[in-house]
Structure formats: structure tokens, C-alpha cells
Design a protein around this ligand. Sequence first.
Ligand code: MLT
Length: 200
Amino acid sequence: MIHLFEPAKQPGAPIFLLLHGTGGTEQDLIGLVSLLHPEAGYLSVRGEVTENGMPRFFKRLAEGVFDEADLALRTERLITFLEEMSETHGFAVDQLIPVGYSNGANIAANMMFEKRLFEQAILLHPMVPRRGLTLPDSSQVRVFIGAGTNDPICPASETEELTQLFEQAGADVDVTWSHHGHQLVMPTIEAAAQWLAVKK
Ligand code: MLT
């Protein structure tokens, strides 16, 4: 998979798994790394699917309607890739903290629906990736969700449902709301950095 890797600057510092939104690349979210944690490293991956030339992490049938078979396949491939990277670069997969925006947040959430892989995750404008399944036990998992009250792509009701699903699985979920539609705004990133710094 096309990716960029930068080790953490200090042992024990986070390694962010950067997952871009539709039409993005592995370069897009790198600017967030130092804002979230000054010593962090990153593994930034480019989605393998393209939609009218725009990279994504899985196919969709329409806006907000996911191709579930492709989602399953791509989720599996991404998990395998993370396991390979962890061996190559000598980190544990649960040291990774996904930082996903939009389509990237959706595949991050779907990985978490599949397996207890991560201890913390930052999901920016996510949706419910799949319905009707039992999530793995997610106690001791912390999730930060940045959402838009007026996000036309990821409606607030999706955020509430996703929060509920993670909470029912035992996760500790914090939601920060912004009022700028689907845009990622600085106050959300600042809230995520604070959330990361304050371990409950
Ligand atoms: C998706 O397709 O994952 C969501 O609709 C968000 C996006 O537009 O990427």
C-alpha cells in the first residue's frame, strides 16, 4: 500500500495511523501530527480504491451508502498491512492511534468493529460503517469523535448512533461538536490534543 512512515521521536509516544478523506492522499493529515502530539510518529496510508480519480479506503454505491463486501475486503487488507508494518518497523499495532477523517474515519471505525486492535482512536466526521453486528469488547478503549452539528455528509444522528455502539461495547467516548458542516476545524484538533493529553 502507498504509505509514509515516521517513527515516534520518543519511546512510548504515539504513532498516529493517518487515514485521509475521499479525494485525499497520504500527505493530507501529516500537518495534524505535531498539533496532536509533539513527539508522535505516523503511518499514513493512501486508500487503494479510486472514485473518479479520488482515492478512498473502500467503494461506495452512493453518497453514504457503502459497498459492504468491498468494505470487508479493504478492512481486512488494511489490518494485514498494519500487522506487516508493525513487524517491519518494530511497533505494536495497539501503539497506533488511528486519526481518520471522513472516509478514513469510517474505515478506522470499521476496523474497530471487527477487532480490538487499538486502545485509542480519533475519528473526525465519522459515520456508522456497518449495522447489525456485535462489536468486540472495547472496555479500556478511548474514542474521540469530532463531529459537525450541521454536517450534511455525516449527520449528527450517525455520530450519536456510533457513540452508542462504542459505549455499549464498553468504550469511553468523547464527542466534540463543531458547526462548520463537514469541515475539519482547528478547535476540533485542539480538543483532540487535549483529550489525548488527559488520560482518564
Ligand atoms: C464515505 O463515503 O466514507 C462517507 O460518505 C464520507 C466521505 O464522503 O468520504
